[in-house]
Design a protein. Structure first.
Length: 76
């Protein structure tokens, strides 16, 4: 459980870093290269958000299964 917590903290920090604007290139690139770099940069910057969402989804599913909500009504 501790390992999961530290992963959660790690990805939360990466998410915070990815929100900050990245420094621009020192010289302008051609338009086609700029578009490709923009797509790569946005995919790289959104990756922590995806991983964070996956971790949260896993925790929610596990807690749902451990709570017994998927077993139907209680016998009493």
């Amino acid at each position: 459980m501790t390992k999961l917590y530290y992963r959660f903290v790690y990805w939360r920090r990466r998410l915070g870093r990815s929100v900050r604007p990245a420094p621009g290139p020192s010289r302008p690139a051609p338009a086609r290269v700029q578009r490709l770099l923009a797509v790569k940069r946005s995919a790289y910057r959104l990756r922590p958000l995806y991983v964070f969402a996956v971790i949260v989804a896993i925790v929610l599913v596990v807690s749902y299964l451990l709570a017994g909500a998927g077993r139907g009504p209680l016998p009493y």
